[in-house]
Design a protein around this ligand. Structure first.
Ligand SMILES: *Cc1c(COP(=O)(O)O)cnc(C)c1O
Length: 374
């Protein structure tokens, strides 16, 4: 339990709920009810039924033979890319939409940067017939036109955020403002293990299906539910937290979280200035260019339980092409960051390594094509 949240919402020194006074009732309603609702047998039944029949779970754990040969270790890929809508994000939005229904909410809001979380949210709102409003920066609306089209087709209203840098943080401000003004009928679906308590814990619980399945699949395939290494990429940290969740107390399993360094950690575009001011980070992958990270990750880093490393744009794109040509799987560039770290590891031979393939690369084809002149 030492890596799990305490009653106050903290992971060691990190976490809590730093929110405007006017949001307190909304967050408090959620805090008082989320565990009760999630632990209820009917909720669990409905959640797992949808994961199975709608999302397509369990996602396979695939022993990638040619990749294994290259690195001299058994490389297993947890195939979140095969989920409905193409990534792990749907695990969380399914969980939260069911929870919103139990709380009697009729209206869903969310913010999105690259549009992936917006699409996953609009999808479950269509599924459950709930009103859906997605806040998105004006700049992002232009950059991510196909995802905007998807959200609209799914019946969501996409509201442009036109203040500040017109990107994710401004969309988040707008969503907060909406929630303050609509506290009774609205649930705010946050897309990663970030935000005030209980969001980081709640999202981690919904994503923990990833490691729950992986353990069972490892037993079947290797006879041992503890691999030597588990790797995942980190934006806000939700696929990594889902991938780490049931391994956290297995201290022999090394947890490796791979962050996006963009043009390099000292390029001046990696989230913080020398004196700790937040700056807009750059990454080739739209799902990782987010300056924050969840509190549980901060705790895993500080306690040394997790190792936090970084991969540049070039390294990730090369790893994406390598997986495509060795295994016939085009990964999301986010996921390719985790794969790229395999190049930097040294194996004795025969280690079992699980990499979370958080999403598929269809959305990234333009970037791959431009970079490799295909
Ligand atoms: C959004 C996204 C991520 C990053 O989000 P996390 O919360 O860190 O998981 C990673 N991979 C894919 C495919 C994504 O869509």
């Amino acid at each position: 339990m030492k890596y799990k949240v305490n009653e106050k919402g903290y992971y060691g020194d990190f976490g809590g709920a730093y929110i405007p006074e006017m949001l307190y009732p909304n967050v408090e309603e959620l805090r008082q009810n989320y565990l009760k609702i999630i632990d209820d047998a009917d909720f669990q039944k409905e959640f797992h039924q949808l994961l199975k029949d709608y999302v397509g779970r369990p996602s396979p754990l695939y022993l990638a033979n040619r990749l294994s040969e290259r690195y001299g270790a058994n490389i297993f890929l947890k195939r979140e890319d095969l989920n409905h809508t193409g990534a792990h994000k749907i695990n969380n939005t399914i969980g939260q939409i069911l929870l919103a229904e139990k709380l009697g909410k009729k209206r869903i809001i969310a913010e999105t940067g690259a549009g992936q979380h917006g699409v996953a949210t609009a999808t479950v709102c269509a599924l459950r017939n709930l009103e859906c409003v997605i806040y998105m920066g004006e700049v992002d609306i232009e950059r991510q036109a196909p995802n905007v089209a998807r959200m609209k087709m799914l019946g969501a209203k996409v509201v442009p955020a036109s203040s500040g840098s017109k990107t994710l943080k401004d969309a988040t401000n707008e969503a907060m403002r909406d929630w303050i003004n609509n506290p009774v009928d609205t649930h705010y679906i946050i897309g990663s293990v970030v935000g005030p308590h209980p969001y980081p814990d709640m999202v981690a619980i919904f994503q923990s299906i990833i490691s729950e399945e992986t353990k069972k699949q490892l037993i079947e395939q290797t006879g041992n539910d503890q691999p030597d290494y588990v790797l995942a990429c980190v934006g806000g940290g939700s696929n990594a937290m889902g991938m780490f969740y049931h391994f956290m107390d297995d201290e022999n399993v090394k947890l490796i979280a791979v962050e996006a360094a963009g043009k390099g950690v000292s390029s001046g575009f990696s989230a913080q200035t020398e004196d700790g001011q937040v700056v807009e980070p750059h990454s080739v992958s739209a799902g990782l260019d987010y300056p924050g990270i969840g509190p549980q990750h901060a705790h895993l880093f500080k306690t040394g339980r997790g190792k936090y490393v970084s991969i540049t744009d070039e390294e990730s794109l090369d790893a994406g092409l390598l997986l495509t040509q060795l295994e016939g799987i085009i990964p999301a560039i986010e996921s390719a960051h985790a794969l790229a770290y395999l190049e930097k590891m040294e194996f004795k031979g025969g280690e079992n390594v699980v990499v979370c393939l958080s999403g598929r690369g269809d959305k990234d084809l333009d970037t791959y094509i431009k970079y490799f002149n295909l």
